[in-house]
Design a protein around this ligand. Structure first.
Ligand SMILES: O=P([O-])([O-])O[C@@H]1[C@H](O)[C@H](O)[C@@H](O)[C@H](O)[C@H]1O
Ligand SMILES: [Mg+2]
Ligand SMILES: [Mg+2]
Length: 269
């Protein structure tokens, strides 16, 4: 069993490197950008090409594996997370910034292709960046903490109000600073690396956070819902932190709302 999963992880890393090459090459050429759920929810031909490249490559080696892919779901494929080995793929996370990467279930891979940083986590075996083990920050004081977040792609007035109001309250805790890498996956890797103490966002999708979430727990951090309960991967809400104390202080500032779940039946979408 262990060898089987090692094969899968090796494949994930190899295909992430291949995908990174495609993204780097695309940066040199014209980008054809289309929109999805709204005018700021973007998709490029490279997102679609990279997702197909990953799926084809995995199918050839592991024909029984299943997929949840951002662009496949956008094209009408179901978003079903079962007990079957499932690859959860975000071909490029942070399309607006033309950033990196790819994912799985009991392991996570995030490739920051412009920096050539390969983040890898395996349940129970730690999280690593280019082979170096990651550890979350040991900061216990919220006033000395840096918090990452994003505005996401929801421009509904009520949601935007709550996002701003939460951010104002977090800033005024006060925290030391606020950051946003423009990629949910990279923000989670920043928590895992100890570069920021926490990251929260409402509106992310399972493919944005599946790999990075494992990176955080394997680096010693915690995950929860933005209202403090257990993290629900399909709920589109996430709070990650270096420890529970920091996480709970952020929970107290967030004005939560409930986006449509990733696994909502198609007729409701
Ligand atoms: O669409 P995409 O570029 O893959 O992913 C988005 C990025 O992670 C962004 O940082 C986050 O704010 C959004 O919520 C995500 O949907
Ligand atoms: Mg994404
Ligand atoms: Mg994407």
């Amino acid at each position: 069993m262990a060898e089987q999963w090692q094969d899968v992880l090796d494949h994930a890393v190899a295909v992430a490197q291949k995908a990174g090459k495609v993204v780097r090459e695309a940066l040199q050429s014209d980008r054809k950008v289309s929109t999805k759920s709204s005018s700021i929810d973007l998709v490029t031909q490279t997102d679609q090409k990279v997702e197909q490249l990953i799926i084809q490559s995995v199918k050839e080696t592991f024909p029984a594996h299943r997929f949840i892919g951002e662009e496949s779901v956008a094209a009408g494929e179901p978003c079903d997370l079962t007990d079957e080995p499932t690859w959860i793929i975000d071909p490029i996370d942070g399309t607006t910034n033309f950033f990196p990467l790819a994912f799985l279930l009991i392991m996570g891979v995030v490739y920051s292709c412009l920096e050539d940083k390969m983040f890898v986590a395996r349940r129970g075996k730690g999280a690593f960046c280019n082979g170096k083990q990651l550890r979350v920050s040991d900061q216990k004081d919220i006033h000395c903490s840096i918090v990452a977040t994003e505005f996401g792609s929801n421009r509904d007035g009520g949601a935007v109000e709550k996002i701003f109001s939460s951010l104002r309250k977090v800033v005024c805790l006060p925290v030391h600073g606020v950051r946003g890498a423009g990629s949910a996956a990279i923000n989670l890797c920043l928590v895992a690396s100890g570069c920021v103490e926490a990251y929260y966002e409402i509106g992310v999708h399972v493919w944005d956070v599946a790999a990075g979430a494992l990176m955080v727990t394997e680096a010693g951090g915690v995950l929860m819902d933005v209202e403090g309960g257990a993290l629900d991967m399909m709920s589109r809400r996430i709070l990650a932190a270096n420890n529970r104390h920091i996480a709970e202080q952020i929970v107290g500032q967030i004005q939560a709302f409930t986006p449509q779940r990733d696994d909502a039946p198609p007729q409701q979408q």
